[in-house]
Design a protein around this ligand. Sequence first.
Ligand SMILES: C[S@@+](CC[C@H](N)C(=O)[O-])C[C@H]1O[C@@H](n2cnc3c(N)ncnc32)[C@H](O)[C@@H]1O
Length: 356
Amino acid sequence: MPPPRLVRAMERARHVIGSVHRRTAPPAATMLEMIIGAWRAQGIAVAADLKVADALADGPLTADELARRVGADPDALARLMRALISEGIFTRKGNRFALNALGETLRSDAPMSMAGMARMVGHPQYREHWSGLVDAVRTGEAYPPKLRGMGSWEWLETQPEFAAIFNDAMTSVSEFAVEPVIAAYDFSPFVTIVDVGGGHGRLLSAILAATPGARGVLYDLPQVVEGAPELLRRYGVADRVQVEGGSFLDAVPEGGDAYVMKNVIHDWPDAESLTILKNVRDAAKPGDTLLLVEFVIPEHDRAFIGKWADMEMLVQVAARERTADEYGKLYEQAGFRLTRVVPTAAPISLVEGRAV
Ligand SMILES: C[S@@+](CC[C@H](N)C(=O)[O-])C[C@H]1O[C@@H](n2cnc3c(N)ncnc32)[C@H](O)[C@@H]1O
């Protein structure tokens, strides 16, 4: 895992090179390149949909061989590959196409596969939601309820095909944050770690694997934690985890000395966020630690993925990504004191607080 400082230094260097490029190129050409980012994302989604990276896993293939494997038109596929290779995705070996580091991330079985995320962003129904960003910016309201006549989560339950893609995407995004969090934060002082909204327990498993003396409580909706035991067994921590089902809008389990919430609070507007954090505070004792793992929006105006994740939160569920100051205010209102923000090698940080 590269040190967070090195990653941030490279991001600053990228910003400087990007601004020099923008100053020297005609602005309209730069803008055009930005606008067609939508085409690029769709091309990546097609490669993921066709499982191009999976087909190349056993070795390089010619356009005809690859097209046969994935069920595509050889000429059209070769043109897609040319466009992707120009972005550094896949490479050429003579007259054959091959995997490289970026191409590997589109394999469905890669450890940090981005295939699910690519497929979700390219899915027609997802694109329909983003077509309502203009409405969300005008009104500050989520768009899916207007389009679907029901909330995003309710609608998802009616769409098994899209829900499977969505769940894969969430696994992709979640997985890529796990190792950087473990590398950046020392969980060893804690005896009992409660993961609130912890899904199937992937992060909790990694924390407990790195902290052999600790125990965990996994808390999420009853229908979600039903699926947890298999994952906890797979990571060898099942005997140290108590699984509890319930709603964090009602209550949170007592007994932790650390309460972790990864990518949970960003799903909620301020009022509900405060309800959840107050429920954590009711469960905690003074001095207990709260750790939110989130895209923390930096104060600078350089590129940061969380600024776009914030638009995703707005259009889908009228929620938001927040700055450290905004988290500090929520913490204070809920009965916590923000102690520090710990950066990681990924664009996510741990927002540490103590119950007062
Ligand atoms: C974006 S996911 C994050 C999951 C996990 N922490 C991770 O990072 O992979 C949000 C989680 O909040 C859970 N959740 C949503 N509403 C909830 C509620 N009312 N009570 C408990 N958990 C809830 C979801 O089931 C889901 O697991």
